[in-house]
Design a protein around this ligand. Structure first.
Ligand SMILES: [Zn+2]
Length: 381
């Protein structure tokens, strides 16, 4: 399942109406049927028609609080270029592949026959080409701006893995992630990957410095001045830049790893050590804001990776792999400067990021584990 967010034209949308629909969706989640006289019947019908889908993957978990913001689930009608259709004829969202447009019927404004037409994103066409389908959409507000979320689903059986394994060792961003390609029990390629942290850290420092300056003005009651406003704008711009850089890096890295797995028909093993990474970051005395940011993008990386592995039917397994225990003799390893690990008992020596790969090789050689790896029914979640 993959999702894309599309910003809707603000001037064509009544945000109060969308808010009202979101409140109704929240009620529907709690199995309360509230029929509001001033909202169009067909929209309300389709909302309560979703009751049976509650708790399904498409709509995630139910909102934690009453009146929490719940995005409104919507059915879609798909009209393909040869004229054939799929879905409910009266669905509020129409994906028209003849004109490559999306029509939103009566969900942007509470007015009979009100339609908002937006261009079809390239993303949708690509997902359809890959055999996906978009049965559902959701509409909602994000920071008071109206958005449409399209949810692409694809049923795919994971392939039978070849003799290749792609091991992905996830650290926090400062140590990056490391991947290793293993063939027939040998590590044939290995590489640590890191974003350009110096760039991100200097942007972060700048944003902190400007925030302090802004705070000073605010305390003096000068936050309405032209200078303060410009400063605030600048801070927001820098923050957006940091997010964009990290997001971009995550997407490109996931894309490359997924291509690699597909090329070799590899079994993917993910060692996701978020907790350990968090501790490592605290020990490094990184500023807490930066620490949070790195962890957030580490989590995002794992989430996006799993989403895409599932989309392409790449078999994967989540597996904790030790990086401080000797893969030869089980003795505790000693860390030398520059993240090199050494075993005082048997002399094993390797970069820290490579230790998990050695563990996979060792475990794969012991029959039982190799066999259990190839039965990919439970992905360890
Ligand atoms: Zn050892």
């Amino acid at each position: 399942m993959r999702t894309i967010l599309i910003k809707l034209p603000r001037d064509r949308c009544d945000t109060d109406y969308i808010k009202q629909l979101m409140a109704l969706a929240n009620l529907a989640y709690r199995e309360c049927e509230v029929w509001v006289p001033d909202v169009l019947k067909n929209i309300q019908y389709q909302l309560y028609g979703f009751k049976n889908f509650m708790g399904s993957l498409v709509f995630g978990t139910k909102p934690k609080r009453w009146f929490a913001k719940t995005w409104v689930p919507l059915e879609t009608l798909r009209i393909y270029s040869n004229g054939s259709t799929k879905g409910n004829k009266s669905a509020p969202v129409v994906l028209d592949f003849r004109s490559n447009t999306i029509r939103l019927r009566q969900v942007c404004k509470n007015e009979p026959g009100f339609v908002v037409t937006i261009p079809m994103p390239r993303w949708v066409i690509d997902r359809i080409k890959e055999g996906g389908d978009i049965k559902f959409a959701r509409i909602g507000l994000k920071g008071n701006e109206p958005y449409l979320a399209l949810i692409a689903e694809r049923k795919v059986e994971p392939y039978q893995p070849s003799s290749y394994m792609l091991v992905i060792d996830v650290n926090a961003w400062n140590n990056g992630i490391a991947w290793g390609l293993i063939k027939d029990g040998n590590i044939i390629k290995w590489k640590p990957e890191r974003p350009r942290l110096s760039e991100i850290e200097s942007l972060y420092d700048l944003s902190v410095r400007l925030s302090k300056e802004y705070g000073k003005l605010k305390r003096l009651g000068l936050n309405e001045t032209e200078k303060a406003r410009r400063l605030w704008k600048e801070i927001k711009k820098i923050r957006r830049k940091i997010y964009a850089k990290l997001r971009d890096y995550v997407q490109k890295l996931v894309h490359r790893l997924v291509r690699k797995a597909l090329r070799h028909k590899a079994l993917v093993i993910i060692d996701d050590m978020i907790e350990e990474s968090r501790r490592e970051l605290i020990e490094m005395k990184l500023p807490s804001g930066l620490r949070k940011l790195y962890l957030m993008y580490t989590r995002r990386f794992v989430k996006l990776l799993i989403t895409q592995l599932e989309w392409y039917g790449i078999p994967y397994k989540l597996k904790r792999l030790p990086s401080t225990i000797c893969p030869v003799c089980n003795h505790e390893l000693i860390q030398l400067p520059s993240r090199t690990m050494v075993c005082p008992s048997c002399g094993f020596k390797a970069p820290r990021d490579l230790v998990p790969m050695h563990w996979v090789v060792r475990l794969a050689k012991t029959n039982g584990w190799a066999l259990s790896l190839f039965i990919v029914t439970d992905n360890g979640r």
